[in-house]
Ligand binder design. Structure first.
Ligand SMILES: [Cu+2]
Length: 314
């Protein structure tokens, strides 16, 4: 019976966190309160228009001043509804702002246009937050450049990531699976492509993820990690689609056309220059795209890894 009143579940994303049910119930309540008020208000209006329409020129409106009881009802009932929504919302919000002590902590850095997650043992992931199922997770967030906002619709959570400040957010997911993650604060050209994923995995998978040994990874795998963590993924795709800059798919060994008419072969040195000194040459069609220099932000070793990764994208 209660189920037929539960609107939100039918059109909202899957309830992926322990907060979702409470938020959806409150949302359902406000929707039903609005529908009932609408019916009473508009229905009453229509009935009165028909019932009390003027029937002759002598029809005079009765002289009515006020009705204390009615006025009390139409003030007091909405007051009760609004106070109910306020208290209900406060209880839910309080739960969201009380951070559990036994939580797993992850640092989240927003940048134009992606997210870097750093776990307590130093492990990093890009645009992908991996968390164990059934455990509270606290995110401590900040931004490298402009204001971003971390939003996971299925979890019903959202929090701004602000440069020069740490903001916090927590959640617990009891349901395994992948969930979409968005930036919901307009942050520049590729804001709409700033999409990531939250992966809720078993504790064993989480431990394995954290412990992934770099010495056992191939150069291309290390390159893929750097590609995600250093933020290349924000503007370059690996599947041929154009994000902000050119895709890396099939780029290796190809001849690149520049906006000034010159050409060059995409090899090791070309890749290195493009990372460290991207303003030197623009690929034709991308002359107005400003890529920041990664001088001082990626090591020569990481450049080697990235080169091997691009090589593998044939
Ligand atoms: Cu953003």
């Amino acid at each position: 019976m209660l189920h037929m009143f539960a609107f939100a579940q039918s059109y909202m994303p899957i309830q992926g966190s322990t907060f979702a049910k409470g938020v959806d119930s409150l949302f359902d309540f406000t929707i039903w309160a609005s529908i009932i008020s609408f019916v009473i208000l508009i229905g009453g209006l229509v009935i009165f228009v028909v019932k009390y329409q003027r029937r002759s020129d002598n029809d005079k409106t009765a002289y009515i001043t006020h009705n204390v009881f009615l006025e009390f009802l139409w003030s007091f009932i909405p007051l009760c509804i609004f106070m109910g929504i306020f208290v209900w919302g406060y209880v839910l919000y309080k739960d969201m702002r009380q951070f559990p002590d036994n939580a797993i902590e992850v640092n989240v850095m927003g940048y134009q246009w992606g997210w870097t997650m750093t776990y307590s043992n130093g492990k990093q992931s890009g645009n992908e937050l991996v968390v164990p199922v059934g455990k509270p997770v606290v995110l401590t967030m900040t931004s490298k450049d402009v204001i971003h906002s971390f939003y996971v619709p299925s979890f019903r959570i959202k929090q701004d990531a602000v440069p020069g400040k740490r903001s916090k957010l927590w959640f617990q997911s009891d349901r395994l699976g992948d969930y979409e993650m968005f930036c919901t604060e307009y942050c520049g050209t590729a804001h709409s492509k700033m999409i990531g994923k939250v992966r809720v995995v078993t504790q064993a998978e989480f431990n394995e993820f954290l412990a992934k040994d770099k010495s056992k990874m191939t150069l291309a795998e290390l390159g893929q990690e750097a590609f995600n963590v250093k933020g290349c993924v924000a503007c370059h795709s690996v599947d041929g689609t154009v994000k902000v800059g050119p895709s890396f798919k099939g780029l290796w060994g190809s001849t690149v056309n520049h906006s000034d008419g010159t050409t060059a072969v995409f090899d090791e040195n070309y890749a290195r220059t493009s990372i460290l000194n991207p303003q030197e040459k623009f690929v034709a069609g991308f002359a107005n795209v400003i890529m920041p220099t990664y001088q001082g932000q990626v090591s020569e070793e990481e450049i080697t890894h990235l080169i091997e990764y691009i090589k593998s994208l044939k």
